[in-house]
Design a protein around this ligand. Structure first.
Ligand SMILES: *Cc1c(COP(=O)(O)O)cnc(C)c1O
Length: 395
């Protein structure tokens, strides 16, 4: 870690984002791209040292890579963590973490509303490996703690804000749970929106593919927490092999440099759009933690420094209406993912959550008229105009 710049508590996160992860650069401002997959040893003693060292650098890229390391150090600085570990994707980070910490007979408590890939992993492969799951309503006070089975629950997994309805989980509550490892997927907030570790949570997870890299040009995941725990997970992860690409780590590190201005602009535009959509006669509901009408508005103000760049809304005429709206949009594009420069709209019922049965979709709040909107970097007035012209009654 670059002690002289990264850990100064007086520095605000937007400043840390400019300097973090530059510790091994020498006088170069940009981090070099280390494409190497292997390093030369000077003899057998040196080879043994490299092969058996914890998190050993300069051995083989599945163990460590200097460009990836710079990205990890930047995330650790932003999250106020001792350390961080990057993976090939958000799912790579999540699956490695779960399989490193759980075995047959383990029990996981997770919230109802989760990224669909996370839920599919917990309900599919985890069950097949004998890892049990209890699903709770993460917005209900005390729900996580009440579901913990002492001695058996290994992981409590929360996601806040959640995908796709932007429900929040109280980080104070999750951080206070004793016994199991507490893990928070903080992708929608980015490290600048909230820092779960400061509430006593053990591990924070991000899909850096989203806002952190921020340009739809990197697929990457990361976890941050204390060094002992990360060393354990590293030991498993080297075998699991969800190794990040150094090129993606470099793109994500560059993304971090502009994260503060991007999220501030996007969060401001998201609030403006959320208000405009609320006023539309063709919109039944708007879900955005920055709106005073959001049931967890007070919690958002308490634990988040911005209300996020993603919102969800429901059109009045169901799926046909959602479909005609998508056809009419001229600036916003129909695509999954979030946190990039382009405003993207997706229809969860037929895309991200298409694998759920209609009943499961309704239980999760995924109605046929629901759309998820990732607000980009366009001029917000153009976005408002685009939605205004596209929101019409279905003929
Ligand atoms: C995208 C996403 C993931 C998965 O990340 P990938 O990089 O696509 O593997 C996990 N959690 C949340 C909240 C996400 O948005």
């Amino acid at each position: 870690m670059n002690d002289d710049v990264s850990d100064d508590p007086e520095r605000r996160p937007a400043t840390t984002a400019i300097t973090a992860g530059r510790g091994a650069n020498g006088t170069s401002l940009a981090t070099p791209l280390w494409a190497s997959s292997t390093w030369v040893s000077s003899g057998l003693v040196d080879a043994r040292r490299r092969a058996t060292g914890q998190r050993s650098a300069e051995f083989y890229a599945r163990y460590a890579n200097p460009t990836v390391r710079a990205f990890e150090e930047a995330i650790a600085s932003l999250e106020g963590a001792q350390d961080a570990l990057a993976y090939a994707s958000g799912m790579g980070a999540l699956t490695t973490t779960i399989l490193a910490l759980c075995g047959a007979g383990s029990h996981i408590v997770a919230q109802r509303q989760l990224y669909a890939g996370t839920l599919a992993f917990l309900q599919g492969p985890c069950r097949r490996f004998g890892i049990d799951l209890t699903i709770v309503d993460g917005t209900k006070p005390g729900a996580f703690a009440a579901a913990v089975e002492p001695g058996r629950t290994m992981v409590v997994l929360a996601e806040t804000p959640s995908n796709p309805l932007l429900e929040l989980v109280d980080l104070d509550e999750v951080g206070a749970i004793e016994g199991p490892f507490t893990v928070v997927d903080s992708t929608f907030a980015t490290p600048l929106g909230q820092q779960p570790l400061r509430y006593g949570v053990d591990l924070v997870i991000h899909s850096a593919t989203k806002g952190i890299a921020g340009h739809n040009d990197a697929t990457l995941g990361v976890i941050a927490g204390n060094s002992d725990l990360l060393d354990e997970i590293w030991g498993y992860g080297v075998l699991h092999g969800a190794t990040p690409s150094p090129a993606d780590a470099l793109n994500a590190l560059r993304g971090i440099r502009t994260l503060a201005v991007r999220t501030a602009h996007q969060a401001g535009s998201a609030l403006q759009l959320a208000k405009e959509l609320t006023a539309s006669p063709y919109v039944k509901a708007v879900h955005f933690p920055g709106l005073a009408s959001h049931p967890q508005y007070e919690l958002a103000k308490r634990q988040m420094s911005h209300s996020g760049t993603v919102l969800a809304f429901e059109v009045t005429g169901g799926q046909a209406h959602a479909s005609s709206l998508l056809d009419q949009l001229r600036i916003a594009l129909v695509a999954t993912s979030l946190g990039g420069p382009e405003t993207l709209v997706c229809h969860p019922a037929t895309s991200t959550h298409a694998s759920l049965t209609p009943d499961e979709q309704l239980t999760a709040g995924i109605t046929p008229g629901l759309l998820r909107l990732s607000v980009g970097l366009e001029d917000p007035n153009d976005l408002v105009a685009d939605f205004h012209q596209a929101l019409q009654p279905i003929s």
